[in-house]
Ligand binder design. Structure first.
Ligand code: ADP
Length: 271
């Protein structure tokens, strides 16, 4: 480094800095970054595995239940073949659902976009309720679908939208089962407001405690013994990817929770 002093004489200043520490710090930092990257990859894999387990578990449980019920009807004397056929039809439906979910996860791994098409929200809700009706009966919960007048068309991926509604209904049934009541009631309502199609899932369970309400949508937040705490965060990200929103509140008219999601209406000509 060159300087000029007050007498106009030029002089140089040479210094030596010991960079051993700096090098070490840089190496530490690089190692830390590598660790972070590794941890992030592992946690992504863990999250993916947990979400596959979560989504596929549901149809698998239903397949098992339908298979067992079918066998029982077959063991009757005489066998009730109509019931066997019903159970097998349900079983095939659930197996198709599981393979659609896996197909979608594969698609996500290839990072291809979900398949959007124009869908009638009330039909999607009907399908979603069909997927959980078996479980509802076992849990002594009545399911109702109430559709306002009008058409409720949205652009979305069918499996994803079914998954959102089925997840909210399953949560509602589990909340009811965790409460005191011997049986419960879940109402899925389809309606609309300006530019949006709205779907509400209302239960008569114990409702949301304040500390739960604050963290509902956090990944891995759960109050259930076997819960994974992914359902609501996955539901919210699906709805948000469609330009919509998902909110939750306690009912004002009676104990219980109300989850509402809104998705933009498909513009005329979409799809
Ligand atoms: P999980 O179902 O695995 O616990 P979720 O993300 O779906 O994960 O739900 C997170 C938590 O939100 C649940 O553990 C439960 O405490 C609460 N919750 C969800 N739905 C309801 C509901 N309808 N009534 C009361 N609590 C609910």
């Amino acid at each position: 480094m060159n300087f000029i002093n007050e007498n106009g004489r030029r002089f140089s200043l040479a210094g030596m800095i010991d960079v051993t520490d700096r090098r070490k710090t840089e190496a530490d930092l690089a190692a830390l970054q590598a660790d972070f990257a590794h941890a992030a990859r592992i946690s992504m894999l863990g999250e993916l595995a947990a979400s596959i387990a979560h989504e596929v578990n549901q149809p698998l449980a239903a397949i098992g239940a339908s298979g067992e019920a079918g066998l029982r009807w077959l063991d009757r004397d005489p066998p009730n073949l109509d019931r066997v056929r019903n159970q097998l039809t349900r079983l095939v439906g659930q197996a198709e659902r599981a393979s659609r979910i896996i197909e979608r996860i594969r698609g996500a791994a290839r990072s291809s976009a979900p398949e959007r098409q124009s869908l009638d929200m009330s039909k999607v809700a009907q399908n979603a309720l069909g997927l959980v009706e078996h479980q509802a009966r076992a849990m002594r919960v009545t399911l109702d679908l109430r559709v306002m007048g009008g058409s409720f068309i949205v652009m979305a991926d069918r499996t994803q939208l079914e998954q959102v509604i089925a997840n909210l209904v399953i949560n509602a049934m589990q909340a009811i089962a965790a409460g005191e009541a011997a049986h419960g009631h879940v109402v899925v309502g389809i309606g609309g407001s300006d530019g949006y199609v709205e779907c509400s899932v209302v239960d008569d369970g114990p409702g949301l405690e304040p500390h739960v309400e604050r963290r509902l949508f956090d990944s891995f937040f759960t109050t259930k013994k076997d819960g994974m705490g992914l359902g609501l965060s996955v539901c919210r990200s699906i709805v948000q990817s469609l330009g919509g929103s998902l909110t939750a509140e306690n009912r004002s008219d009676a104990p219980g929770a109300r989850f509402i999601f809104r998705v933009p209406r498909a513009a005329a000509g979409d799809g």
